[in-house]
Design a protein around this ligand. Structure first.
Ligand code: ADP
Ligand code: TRP
Length: 328
């Protein structure tokens, strides 16, 4: 059995890019009977950026509902909120004592923020954001995880995790499992409505968990060029086509390509086809998501069960660590 572990921050409502780039591939891995999967909501990490409690609560519910709606089997696996397993904070403290400052100064989570606000404004960065990779390391090695499926953007955080685990093992002998990242290089970066990487921070997301009317409006806002309706269009430079291609089968894609090349076919028509495809593809997930948002206690019940399982697992690791540190 290999233990697969991954988390998603509850810093917003999951969008199409999250679903195709993180949730669905991880769920596919969890279906392999050789894998024991731990998927969690990184609500503690979200405190580094989201300050409003009600907003966090809403995002946590939406993130959890998305995992369940997308097909994660929470009975066969372990599903939990990071914050409900307080051992992870204790472990993060120990690990921080094995983390050299320059390693954190080089971490993307910190450097990107520093680049954004300007190097002279360090006072605007909180220590939580600075030590973000240490909490992430505790998330992973606290559960003896073997593999961590993440996007390329998290690769460096995984390397930091491994370095911290090595440093501890070197000092105290075999204590932690050294995890491996599972970065799927084939995994596509889903483009947003403006053609850049779809991301909350760029305001270019497609929110599939909204009403049909709002979703249609979202799709109609995809940026296209101004080629007149009657003229042929280039599918390979069009954002609508790029998204359609990701979701459609070969036949549908070839058919839309012909319509672009044939002329007398407007971007509005293509957007309508994309909208209909999204509605068709995600009908089950959207329905289930809406149900769960309206029945939050069902989501909570599943999480509470998972949190008990998670605590049992991390407790064993904590006893190993506390023993080595002389706390027992
Ligand atoms: P955002 O960029 O919207 O803030 P997050 O950083 O919270 O999204 O990402 C959560 C997960 O979704 C990560 O595993 C990340 O790799 C994945 N992800 C986010 N945006 C995309 C995208 N446009 N294409 C593919 N995967 C994505
Ligand atoms: N940092 C990850 C992200 O932004 C979320 C995360 C927190 C995570 N802890 C983790 C991912 C542990 C994998 C394993 O996407």
């Amino acid at each position: 059995m290999a233990r697969i572990l991954t988390g998603v921050q509850s810093s917003g409502k999951p969008h199409l890019g999250n679903l195709l780039g993180a949730y669905l591939p991880a769920i596919e891995m969890s279906k392999n009977p050789k894998n024991d999967s731990f998927f969690f909501i990184a609500d503690l990490h979200s405190v580094t950026t989201v300050t409003d409690g009600a907003e966090r609560k809403e995002n946590t519910l939406a993130t959890a509902a998305a995992w369940i709606a997308a097909g994660f089997d929470t009975d066969a696996n372990t599903f939990y909120r990071q914050s409900r397993v307080p051992e992870v904070c204790e472990l993060a403290w120990y690990l921080s004592c094995f983390t050299p400052i320059p390693m954190l100064e080089n971490a993307h989570s910190y450097k990107d923020k520093l680049d954004k606000i300007g190097k002279g404004k360090k006072s605007a960065i909180n220590a939580g954001l600075f030590s973000y990779p240490v909490l992430m390391a505790a998330d992973i090695i606290g559960y003896d995880a073997d593999f961590v499926p993440v996007g390329k953007d998290q690769k460096q955080h995984l390397e930091i995790t491994r370095d911290i685990a090595y440093a501890f093992n070197h000092k105290y002998g075999e204590t932690f499992v050294i995890p491996e990242s599972k970065i799927d290089e084939q995994l596509m970066v889903i483009p947003g409505t403006d053609g850049n990487k779809m991301s909350k921070s760029y305001g270019n997301t497609i929110d599939i968990f909204q009403t049909d009317k709002a979703l249609r409006k979202n799709i109609m806002a995809i940026v296209t060029d101004s080629t007149p309706l009657e003229e042929p269009k280039n599918p390979d430079t069009c954002n609508v086509f790029a998204l359609y291609k990701i979701l459609a089968d070969d036949e549908q894609t070839a058919s839309l390509r012909q319509k672009y090349l044939g002329g007398n076919y407007g971007y509005g028509h293509a957007k309508q086809e994309l909208f209909e495809l999204l509605v068709e593809k995600f009908a089950g997930i959207r329905e289930q998501f809406d149900y769960l948002i309206n029945n939050p206690s069902e989501v909570d019940d599943k999480l509470v069960v998972g949190e008990e399982k998670a605590r049992d697992v991390i407790s064993v690791v904590m006893n190993r660590v506390r023993g080595k540190l002389g706390f027992l």
